[in-house]
Design a protein around this ligand. Structure first.
Ligand code: ADE
Length: 297
């Protein structure tokens, strides 16, 4: 999988050279290229921002450096198309008219140019975007390429997003309901969350199955040696060697924890997918199925 990140602070992305993601890059499981937006500025001061039309606080990122930075990234994806016949066609895809025609043709003959027409996804981190979730990370981890456009100041001139939609599937994405100084920290989080789902990045794939959010619930608590520490003992069942009982204990803890910390996740569960025992635990925790949904009674 290939990631491209455009930012005015390329150094911000340095942590992605470390740990599991850094190792995955070395192993060739993922490629990550960071591009300095200022390299695409059109004046000698390398200006990337200007005052907002209509007035107001702060500065807005100018459109032209963004177009110049993103164009080659759209082209790179066209060149990546493996079939040489499609590749010629794909190179022309930067021209929206050619694109529209190729789209019509692939629609009519139902084959051939389809692969070339897949637009890479352009993620624009923004507090005004769709919220980033584990499910979205899963979805994005199946793509071949992701391009990230890190805004700063008051944001990027809106016309860039409209223009980019000709070449990319544009997705404004938010980490949550709070405001960061720019998109870089959000990209660090997203690349890590997406990258660790790629085969071979996390040593033991079982750990991906049992973690928080993988099944809509929070993770169960974990303990290690010593079994008693500062007069606190671990739950006895974990020393029982009874795997069924341990699994039951962990599931109950997941449910208990999710009820206490994230009742919104309980409300989003599909009761039809729960086992009888899970429904019984939830009943003890004060939940009943009402109109096909779990509700507190
Ligand atoms: N940029 C600024 N705030 C952000 C947020 N909450 N999520 C993603 N990108 C952002």
């Amino acid at each position: 999988m290939r990631f491209d990140v455009v930012s005015i602070f390329p150094e911000y992305l340095a942590p992605l050279e470390l740990s599991l993601i850094g190792k995955a890059r070395q192993d060739g499981i993922l490629e990550l290229n960071v591009h300095d937006l200022r390299d695409f500025a059109t004046d000698r001061h390398r200006t990337v921002d200007d005052t907002p039309y209509g007035g107001g606080a702060g500065m807005v990122m100018k459109p032209e450096p963004w177009a110049l930075a993103l164009e080659p990234l759209a082209q790179a994806s066209a060149a990546d198309v493996p079939d040489p016949v499609n590749r010629t066609e794909a190179a022309a895809l930067l021209d929206p008219e050619v694109r529209a025609e190729a789209g019509d043709r692939s629609g009519s003959d139902g084959q051939g140019s389809q692969a070339a027409l897949v637009k890479p996804t352009l993620i624009v981190p923004s507090p005004a975007g769709d919220v980033f979730t584990q499910q979205l990370a899963q979805e994005l981890s199946t793509e071949d390429r992701l391009v990230f456009a890190c805004g700063r100041y008051e944001g990027i001139d809106e016309r860039v997003l409209e223009w980019a939609a000709d070449y990319f599937t544009v997705r404004p994405i938010s980490l949550g309901d709070y405001v960061l100084n720019g998109g870089e920290v959000a990209v660090l989080a997203m690349v890590e969350a997406i990258g660790r789902l790629l085969p071979g990045v996390v040593g033991n794939p079982a750990s991906l199955i049992e973690e928080s959010h993988s099944d809509g619930l929070l993770e169960y608590p974990v303990y290690t040696k010593p079994s008693t520490w500062r007069e606190r003992s671990i739950p006895d069942v974990l020393l029982s060697g009874n795997h069924a009982k341990i699994a039951q204990f962990r599931r109950d803890e997941q449910l208990r924890r999710t009820v206490a910390r994230r009742p919104d996740l309980i409300a989003a569960l599909d009761p039809a997918l729960l086992t009888k025992t899970e429904r019984a635990t939830l009943a003890e925790l004060g939940y009943a199925v009402v109109g096909g949904r779990l509700q507190r009674h």
